[in-house]
Design a protein around this ligand. Sequence first.
Ligand code: CP
Length: 304
Amino acid sequence: MKHLLKMSDLSPAELHHILDVAEELKAEQKAGTTPALLKGRSVALMFSKNSTRTRTSFEVGVYQLGGLGNYMNAATELQSGRGEPLKDTARVLGRYYDCVVWRTYRQCDLEEFAELAGVPVINGLTDYAHPCQVLADLMTIRERRGTLEGQKLCFIGDGCSMANSLIVGGLLAGMRVTCVCPEGYRPAADVLMFAHKYGEKFHLLTDPAEGVKDADVVVTAAWNTAPGTPESERRLRDFAGFQVTSRLMEGAKPDAMLLHCLPAHRGEEISTAVFEEHADEIFDEAENRLHVQKAVLAILLAGL
Ligand code: CP
C-alpha cells in the first residue's frame, strides 16, 4: 500500500489488515498503551473544504501515535488558494512531510498530487471517494456483527463519494451490496463496472423499500449539501421518498444496523426518530474514524 486514494487501491487482504490493525490500536488506546509509531514523523492535513470529523480525528490520531499533524486550510491559508499550481504544492509539501492527507474536490487532482508528492497521500474526501469513512463503516459493522462476509449492506442516497466507496469496499470485504439512488444520481461508471463483476452480490435500484429488504446494514448520507440554492430545490424534489424512516427500516432485518457518516440533515435523508434509535451505532462509526485512520497511517508510515 503506497497511498490511500480510493477503495479500489486495496486488495481484500489489505482491507482486512487495516481493520485488524485498527481494532488493535483501538484496544491499545482504551488501555492507555498506544505505541508511538509516528515518533518524529509529520503529517500535513490539507483541507480545501470544511470538516469536523476528518480533520479532528486525523489531528488527534497523529498526536496519539506520537507524530506531528499540521492542519492547513488550502483555500484561505496556503498559496494554492491564490493560484500556486498544485504540482508545486505537492513537490514542496512532499519535501517537508512524511505523509499528506488532502480533502479536495476532484479525484484527478488528488491522484496527480500523489504522483508528485513522493510521500504517501491519503484521501480525506473527494467528489469521487471517501475511503477513510468507508473503512470506519466496515470496522463498525465488523465490530457489531463479528463478520462482514455475506452481510447485506443497503446504501440509500446520492451515488457520489460515499456510494462509490461503499460499493467497492463492501464487495471487497465479502458483503452483498445494494445501492438505491434516484434516476440521475447513479454511482460512477467505473464503480458500476467493478460491481457488475460480482454478479448477484450487487444490485442498483431506485426503490428504497425494495433495497432495504432483509438488509443487515442500512447506510445513508446527506444529499442536500447546498441548502438555499436552485440545485437544492431540485434535489429536494428528486430525493422525495428517499428519507430513511422507522417505517422504511421495518423492511430490513429486525436487528438491522443504521449508519450515517455525518453531518446528518434530519428531515431530509434521515428522520430524527430513526437517527436517535441508531445513535449508538452512528457515533461508534464516527469514533472509528480515529482508529481506522491511525491504522492507515501506521501501515503507510511504520510498515505495520
Ligand atoms: N463524515 C465526514 O467526513 O465528516 P466531516 O465532513 O466532518 O469530516
